[in-house]
Design a protein around this ligand. Structure first.
Ligand code: UN1
Length: 515
């Protein structure tokens, strides 16, 4: 704990309301952050009340008025400094992610690296926020598109990527000239406070506040207010499909924009000609990494019948070697689930599996005894399933992998696409026709489709997000930045006439003029 106090400024009791400085005593109830590693309290957080909410929204709105006209490359310079501080604090911040969320140390640090990558990316982007010019049909006219900052945006993040997903939104929004309000998961408030402190320090050096803002509180006291607030033109949210439906409904009703990154139920298809060594390593990382708590986690495996038995045996053998335990121990491959509820949900799903005729091939036990006191440790499970089971259509946020066997690629794609969600997907094959078919309009229906790599662990350079119940939003790379800006089409007349589009003649001829 001492390191966190000294290096990240985390105290026993912290303010959960930041805007460049901190509201010292927010008036909402106190929130306790427990570590899933041992179930013990790490520290406390004072959460936001309604008054704190209003105060912060006003700060953010006020800051927007000058931030929007600060040249984008200057905004980029500030983001570059945030990236630099994150580099300096990578190890300790990664450790805090591990302590509070439970992912293994390598993944905790990987998450901070993702933030650094987002900062670097956004610095470059700050010089590339360009629009098109378009030929006008009218003489002496020019048309162009320009992109302007949108306003104060809302960012709602989940516990599983407590800081990286903030950076996907925040780094881009900042260079785009937006100010923002972050509502992190109540399960991971301390990592959010540590990141806000870093942002505060950098902003203070520039004499700025109100660009990066933090409001820790419940869905009721903060989340519901944000989604209904017309002062927030965009709400970008990561979480369950149910949460996304609520956000889509409320934001849609006020004709605001929402950017949703919701549940995944991702599958890997493995064809007979695949390199099984590659495939099984990718499946292990995809299904067991982060204890199955990524939205990109591999939850379904669709195997062509020629390799099904061999691959199943290989997977069972490697699952048996997975070390489950303290995520700070470098030998551990899988840490705890986020809380007891999550472990119970997994056990409940496995009961449903049995009821629906599935067969548990390995794992799926709740670990008890020394070192597992928090009640959050499980062994990763492999289940022999069939596509008619209803549980395989749901996203259970835990390490359960459902296996299916199919005859050919057509059947594989049909099963692959037969779920409500559409985030990430992959095929393992050496055959160019199979690979191209999987990527064709008749192939995977997901926002992310990979060949010979797994479903999780996307790079930030691509647009991240998915179709169907995953919500349709795109974050991070490519042209995702456009969601954080408003597009303006401008037509300029530099001639002496006023020709109208579509050749319309309008106005009185001189002889008919009445006055
Ligand atoms: C998530 O689980 O919400 O592609 C995001 C990945 C990570 C991000 C996951 N880069 O697995």
């Amino acid at each position: 704990m001492r390191d966190f106090v000294v290096e990240l400024g985390i105290n026993e009791v912290n303010s959960g309301v930041g805007f460049g400085d901190w509201v010292e005593k927010p008036k909402g109830p106190e929130l306790v952050s427990y570590s899933p590693i041992d179930g013990k309290e790490i520290a406390r957080v004072r959460t936001a009340s309604e008054t704190d909410y209003e105060y912060v929204v006003e700060k953010a709105e006020g800051a927007f008025r000058s931030w929007r006209t600060t040249p984008a490359p200057k905004r980029g310079e500030i983001v570059r400094e945030i990236g630099q501080r994150l580099r300096d604090k990578k190890k300790i911040l990664g450790k805090l992610v591990t302590l509070e969320m439970g992912k293994i140390a390598a993944e905790g640090e990987g998450e901070v690296q993702e933030m650094i990558d987002m900062a670097d990316y956004s610095v470059g982007l700050s010089r590339q926020l360009y629009g098109l010019t378009i030929s006008s049909e009218r003489p002496s006219h020019r048309m162009m598109e320009q992109w302007h900052p949108l306003g104060t945006i809302g960012i709602v993040t989940a516990f599983n990527f407590p800081v990286a997903v903030w950076s996907w939104n925040a780094m881009i929004a900042a260079v785009c000239g937006d100010t923002m309000i972050w509502k992190p998961s109540s399960k991971t408030p301390l990592t959010a406070i540590a990141v806000q402190k870093i942002a505060n320090e950098v902003m203070k050096a520039y004499g700025l506040e109100g660009v990066f803002n933090l409001l820790i509180g419940s869905s009721k006291s903060v989340g519901e207010k944000m989604i209904a607030d017309p002062r927030l033109p965009l709400v970008s949210a990561t979480g369950s499909c149910r949460m996304g439906q609520r956000i889509g409904e409320v934001v849609g009703k006020r004709l605001g924009r929402s950017l949703l990154e919701l549940g995944g139920n991702n599958a890997i298809v493995v064809m007979n000609d695949a390199n099984l060594e590659l495939a099984s390593r990718a499946i292990l990382f995809g299904a067991v990494g982060t204890a199955g708590q990524r939205c990109t986690t591999t939850r379904r495996l669709v195997m062509q019948e020629g390799i099904a038995l061999k691959l199943t045996d290989q997977l069972i053998a490697s699952y048996r070697q997975v070390r489950v335990g303290d995520p700070l121990d470098p030998k551990t491959l899988m840490g705890p689930l986020i809380d007891r509820d999550a472990a119970e949900t997994m056990m409940h799903a496995l009961k449903t599996v049995k009821k629906e005729g599935g067969e548990l091939l390995c794992g799926g036990t709740l670990l008890e005894g020394k070192g597992y006191e928090s009640g959050c440790y499980v062994t990763p499970a492999i289940v022999k399933a069939h596509p008619k089971m209803s549980i395989v259509r749901e996203e259970t946020f835990a390490p359960i992998l459902y296996l299916f066997t199919v005859k050919d690629l057509d059947e594989a794609i049909a099963i692959h696409n037969d779920v409500p969600q559409g985030l990430s997907s992959a095929v393992f094959t050496q055959n160019v026709r199979a690979m191209e078919t999987f990527l064709s309009p008749a192939g995977s229906d997901c926002g992310i489709a990979n060949v010979n790599i797994g479903t999780s662990g996307a790079e930030i350079g691509g647009a991240f997000g998915g179709e169907k119940a995953t919500g349709g939003g795109r974050e991070a790379g490519s042209d995702s930045w456009k969601a954080y800006m408003r597009r303006q089409t401008a037509t300029i007349n530099y001639g002496k006439e006023l020709p109208l589009a579509q050749g319309i003649q309008f106005g009185p001829t001189p002889s008919e003029a009445v006055c």
